[in-house]
Design a protein around this ligand. Structure first.
Ligand code: CUA
Length: 320
């Protein structure tokens, strides 16, 4: 870990953007403060009691133009700041389509992470540098928050909901991971290390990990074990939607609306099957809320995703 220093250098592309914004706002606020102070002192001296300075009303025209001028200038300046901060923050919510996916499950009081090939870690995340990493996060109990100060990245993790976030580390090293939401007795101890490695070093590290089945494989086993296959298989007597090629498609619902079959939709369909019913089907599926844990849900979703045929996969954007 880095020694305590006055300014923690940014270690992600988003961190650089955040820092630039921070310093610009600091400079802007400093300039405004300086202007006000200078005017304050100047006027205090110039119009002090007994000075010979001119004291009378300003000419009417100059007063109005001056008023309009400074109001418009500050308005546009702050509109610009709003646009800048807004666009910088919104990009944090749109992971590149080629991002590597890491599953994060938070619980009192640890972060469990899982790599695409099934390798797991606790309170640690090894990752390659210069690679977009997408986090798919859920909590098994209360609200936690995934905070990596060096990445300027902080995102709450909520029970019963999938939270996403992404970052791209721009230098190697070991960085602090903290939980940033008070979550009980050992909240202050909940955290770990983010280890950013060169790409080949990461590949070597990953190869050394006990692999375990990848999420999709584990999900497939669960799918059979929980009886999902009984209804959702092609030849089943029960009329249930076929899940092959489902992921990434627009699904017409029985209420006439459409919904994108993304991770959120699949999760909710498992937990609250009666909320968004696919058009043409009876609401007969039982809820699995309380039956499947958060980590099992992630596996099921991964399995259903893996059933999407390539031609139906979501459109990839050209730019990373
Ligand atoms: Cu988890 Cu605080």
């Amino acid at each position: 870990m880095d020694k305590p220093i006055f300014w923690l250098p940014a270690a992600s592309t988003q961190g650089v953007v955040v820092d630039r914004l921070f310093f610009a706002l600091l400079a802007l606020s400093g300039a405004v403060l300086l202007l006000v102070l200078v005017l304050l002192v100047t006027f205090a001296v110039r119009y002090r009691h007994g000075s010979k300075a001119k004291r009378g009303a300003l000419p009417r025209l100059a007063r109005r133009e001056f008023e309009i001028g400074w109001t418009a200038a500050t308005f546009f300046l702050f509109l610009f700041v709003f646009w800048w901060a807004g666009s910088a923050n919104l990009s944090e919510f749109q992971p590149p389509s080629d991002a590597m996916e890491i599953h994060v499950t938070a619980k009192q009081w640890m972060f469990k992470t899982q790599h695409p090939n099934g390798a797991r870690e606790i309170n640690a995340l090894h990752m390659p540098v210069d690679t977009p990493i997408r986090l798919a996060m859920t909590s098994e109990d209360v609200i936690h928050s995934f905070w990596v100060p060096a990445f300027r990245f902080k995102r709450d993790i909520l029970p019963g909901r999938l939270t996403q976030g992404w970052f791209r580390a721009n230098r190697t090293g070991t960085f602090h991971l903290f939980c940033a939401e008070y979550c009980g007795t050992d909240h202050s101890l909940m955290g770990g290390a983010i280890v950013v490695m060169e790409k080949d070093a990461y590949a070597r590290w990953l190869a050394e990990q006990p692999e375990g089945d990848d999420l999709g494989k584990q999900g497939e086993a669960l799918f059979v074990q929980l009886g999902c296959a009984g209804c959702h298989a092609g030849r089943s007597a029960v009329h249930a939607p076929d899940l092959a090629g489902l992921y990434g498609r627009e699904i017409p619902l029985s209420d006439g609306t459409k919904v994108l079959a993304d991770e959120r939709y699949i999760r909710d369909s498992i937990l609250q099957p009666r909320r968004e019913i696919a058009a043409g089907f009876e609401p007969i599926m039982p809820s699995f809320a309380g039956t499947v844990s958060e980590s099992d849900l992630a596996k099921l979703v991964a399995y259903i995703r893996s059933l999407a045929s390539p031609s139906l996969a979501p459109q990839r954007s050209a730019a990373p």
